[in-house]
Design a protein around this ligand. Structure first.
Ligand code: ADP
Ligand code: MG
Length: 334
C-alpha cells in the first residue's frame, strides 16, 4: 500500500483547525483519520493506493467520499450528514466549505455516536448475553429489514465463484510471502481446503451458493455496530460492489466470528437463528462453516499484509491476531 506525501500534513492542519473550534480527539485507522468533536465526526480518507483502490487523485477521493455517504445511508440514513469540502488558500491556510479556495480534499461528516455503546467495546467491557441479548436481537431485526430490500446480483453462480477464487489468490500471495515462511505449510493446507470447497461448488454449479447473493454491507464487524436505541450499523465496504455481494448469512457469520474472537461466542448462533426467522430461510451448516473459514482467511491476510508495508504503524499487533485467524480457519476446514 502506498501513501502519498502531504497527507499527514493535511491531517495535522485539520486537527489544528478543529481544535480552534473546541475539543477534538483524533483517531487514525489504516485508511483514514477521524476528527471527533463533541457531537460530530469528520473523516478524512488517506490517499492510499493498493491492489483494491487508488485514492491518489482528488477526483477518486471525492467519488469515494460520496460513495461512502450514499452506501452507508442505505442502513444509517441519519448518521451521515454529508460531504465537506476541504480547501487550501493561497497562503496555505486550510479552510472548510469555501469554494474560493482550491479544493484539496473531502471529509465525510457524521453525527458522533456514543463510544461506550459500540458493540466491540461493550463486549470488551465484559457485558454478556444478559445485558446485550435484546440489543443483538434488534441488530438482527435491522439487518433483516436491510437484506429484505437489498438489490440482488445478476452475476451467475460461476461468476460469483471466480470472485471468491480471486480473493483466495490474493490471500495466497500475502500469506505465502517469504517473510512468513514458518506459516507456509499451514497456509497451504487451509487455502487448498477452501479452494477445494469452492471447486466442488463450481462443479456442482451449486446455484444455492449464489441464489441468495445480495448487495450487502460488506464489512459487518463489531466496531461498526452501535447499540443505541435503535442500533446503528455503519462504515460499510464502499470501494467495490463485487466485494459487497454476499449471502446475508455469510455477513452475519462474519460478525458472529468477530464477536466470538472477542469472547462473546453466544452472539453468532443468536444472530443466525434471528436471521433464519427474519428471512424465512434455514441456514446450511456446511455452508456456514465455509463462510466462516473464508472470512478467517481474509482477516488473516489483512493482518499479515500490515507487516508487508514499508513502515507498519503497529507491527507488533498484527502477527498474533493473524495467527488466531489462521487457527480459526484450520479448526474449520483442515
Ligand atoms: N460517527 C462516529 N461516532 C463515533 N465513533 C465513530 C464514528 N465513526 C467512526 N467511529 C469510530 O472510529 C472507528 C473508525 O471509523 P471507521 O469509519 O470505521 O473508519 P475506517 O473506514 O478507517 O475503518 C470506528 O470503528 C468507530 O469505533
Ligand atoms: Mg471501519
Amino acid at each position: 500500500m502506498t501513501l502519498f506525501a502531504g497527507a499527514d500534513e493535511l491531517a495535522q492542519k485539520l486537527e489544528q483547525l478543529f481544535s480552534e473550534r473546541g475539543d477534538v480527539a483524533v483517531r487514525e485507522t489504516t485508511k483514514s483519520w477521524l476528527f471527533l468533536t463533541s457531537d460530530r465526526v469528520f473523516k478524512l480518507k488517506k490517499p492510499v493506493h493498493d491492489s483494491f483502490q487508488d485514492l491518489s487523485s482528488l477526483r477518486a477521493r471525492h467519488d469515494n467520499t460520496l460513495n461512502e455517504i450514499d452506501l452507508n445511508r442505505r442502513i444509517a440514513p441519519d448518521l451521515y450528514l454529508g460531504a465537506v469540502r476541504v480547501g487550501r488558500r493561497r497562503d496555505g491556510q486550510v479552510v472548510l466549505d469555501d469554494k474560493s479556495a482550491e479544493t484539496v480534499d473531502w471529509l465525510v461528516h457524521m453525527r458522533r455516536l456514543p463510544a461506550d455503546q459500540i458493540l466491540k467495546d461493550r463486549i470488551i467491557d465484559g457485558d454478556g448475553e444478559a445485558e446485550l441479548g435484546p440489543s443483538i436481537d434488534k441488530v438482527a431485526d435491522k439487518l433483516c429489514a436491510f437484506y429484505a430490500q437489498a438489490p440482488k446480483s445478476w452475476l451467475t453462480p460461476f461468476e460469483i465463484l471466480t470472485l471468491r477464487e480471486d480473493q483466495l489468490g490474493i490471500a495466497r500471495n500475502v500469506l505465502m510471502d517469504p517473510k512468513f515462511s514458518v506459516l507456509r505449510r499451514r497456509v497451504d493446507r487451509v487455502l487448498c481446503a477452501i479452494g477445494g470447497l469452492i471447486e466442488t461448488c463450481a462443479q456442482r454449479a451449486e446455484a444455492g451458493f449464489a441464489e441468495h447473493i445480495l448487495e450487502c454491507h460488506g464489512d459487518l464487524r463489531p466496531e461498526h455496530v452501535c447499540l443505541t436505541e435503535p442500533p446503528v450499523i455503519f462504515d460499510c465496504l464502499e470501494f467495490s460492489r463485487p466485494l459487497r455481494l454476499a449471502d446475508p448469512f455469510s455477513e452475519v457469520v462474519f460478525l458472529g466470528m468477530e464477536c466470538d474472537m472477542l469472547g462473546a461466542g453466544w452472539i453468532k448462533p443468536r444472530l443466525i437463528a434471528a436471521l433464519e426467522t427474519g428471512l424465512g430461510m434455514s441456514a446450511n451448516a456446511e455452508r456456514l462453516r465455509f463462510y466462516e473459514a473464508w472470512h478467517a482467511v481474509v482477516r488473516a491476510r489483512l493482518c499479515f499484509a500490515h507487516l508487508l508495508v514499508p513502515r507498519p504503524r503497529t507491527p507488533e499487533k498484527w502477527a498474533p491476531i493473524g495467527e488466531r485467524y489462521l487457527v480459526r480457519a484450520e479448526e474449520l476446514v483442515v
